[in-house]
Design a protein around this ligand. Structure first.
Ligand SMILES: [Zn+2]
Length: 391
């Protein structure tokens, strides 16, 4: 099975989840007989099914082609400095199993790998699936990755996570050959993209704010990586030259002005200077900070306004260079809600070219904490589906 037509059918199903034979004939402008034989080949391979079609005739309404959910399953792992999330999805992209665990980032490289493999084993056991049904695994890595050689290159947040051949290790341990090693920001971005309904956007930029700051860009359904796998590192865009030293070695990067540890430091400074605020030193959490903003706490509001201004400066560069159809902001800070959206939009409207900003949709992510692991699993599914056709 190796034709452009097979691939085109799969691509249409990845975009639409369900599509009729009639729609495909119209879309591809080909003879029904050629299309039907390609569909039959995909159905007999087990990838697709057509639940409402009986024999060669459909019922009164046109039956839809769909992925055959139970044909194959895919694992997505989201490894973070202190947490690890896992999701398993079926061939239709539905979540069937999730698992969360704490992760100790202080161990040796061998201990980190052992903990990762133990987590994968636990997830597979929880799923109750036969191993041969598992047709792909994607690891959303906390640092820089070598996608081609499937290596976790370096993570500034985990000391011993350097030059680990994660792809090879996972493949050997699980017996799964379809492995992807991707950055957490890209896996999260792919999930955000996949959730846009009813039509997938032409381009989407995702700004992910957490302990670090990451971003991802999707254009025409494809993630953008850059020539040396180092593109979309918005966290290291310098916002405040000469400012605080960043873990990358530069000063004043976006990460140093908006990340979670920075907010904590700003609150401590505020308390030292006896600014009128209900915020207290110690026991910091982003949730408490957001609650204080929502209660119109003066100190918290001034920090939030400063954070939004710094985010907007970085996004202005994104709008000027990329002009995406949608900008998504994800991470816990999105709890700031409309206050954040309004501040950022106001800044962008004032400072961007009108033609670049007038149509842009800016949204706060509404996905949960398993989103990045699900995005990783979706990447593994896509690679499997397009690879299965090319065999
Ligand atoms: Zn930096």
């Amino acid at each position: 099975m190796k034709t452009n037509l097979h691939n085109s059918i799969i691509e249409q199903l990845l975009l639409n989840n369900a599509i009729t034979r009639k729609d495909l004939v119209k879309l591809f402008n080909i003879r029904p007989a050629s299309l039907y034989s390609a569909i039959d080949a995909l159905k007999s391979s087990g990838l697709l099914h057509e639940p409402e079609r009986v024999g060669k005739r459909t019922g009164r309404k046109a039956s839809s082609l769909k992925f055959n959910s139970k044909h194959a399953y895919f694992i997505g792992i989201d490894l973070r400095p202190r947490k690890i999330f896992g999701s398993i999805i079926d061939l239709s992209g539905n979540i069937t199993t999730t698992l969360y665990s704490e992760f100790d980032p202080t161990g040796s490289s061998e201990q980190l790998v052992a903990a990762l493999l133990a987590f994968i084993d636990e997830l597979i056991i929880k799923s109750n699936l036969d191993r041969e049904k598992l047709q792909g695994l994607a690891l959303a890595d906390p640092g820089l990755v070598d996608r081609h050689n499937l290596v976790s290159v370096i993570a500034v947040t985990i000391d011993n996570w350097r030059n680990v051949p994660t792809g090879q290790i996972i493949a050997k341990h699980t017996g799964i050959s379809n492995i992807i090693i991707e950055s957490g920001a890209n896996a999260g971005t792919f999930m955000e993209y996949s959730m846009i309904k009813p039509h997938l956007p032409e381009s989407l930029f995702n700004l992910a704010i957490g302990d670090g700051v990451g971003s991802g860009l999707i254009k025409n359904g494809q993630l953008f990586f850059g020539a040396t796998n180092s593109g979309m590192e918005i966290g290291h865009l310098i916002i405040n030259p000469g400012g605080t030293l960043c873990q990358c070695g530069n000063r004043g990067c976006l990460e140093t002005v908006i990340s979670t540890p920075t907010i904590e430091k700003k609150i401590e400074t505020l308390i030292e200077h006896r600014v009128n605020s209900t915020l207290t030193s110690g026991n910091f959490s982003i949730e408490k900070f957001i609650d204080a903003v929502k209660c119109n706490d003066k100190g918290a509001l001034s920090i939030a306004a400063e954070l939004c201004a710094n985010i907007a400066i970085a996004l202005q560069a994104v709008v000027a260079l990329i002009n995406p159809e949608i900008i998504i902001i994800s991470g816990k800070l999105t709890g700031l809600g409309d206050m954040m959206l309004n501040n950022i939009r106001q800044y962008l409207e004032l400072n961007c070219q009108p033609a670049a900003i007038s149509q842009i949709k800016i949204k706060l992510s509404s996905l949960d904490q398993f989103a990045t692991s699900q995005g990783a699993a979706l990447l593994a599914r896509e690679k499997y589906l397009l690879g299965a056709v090319n065999k």
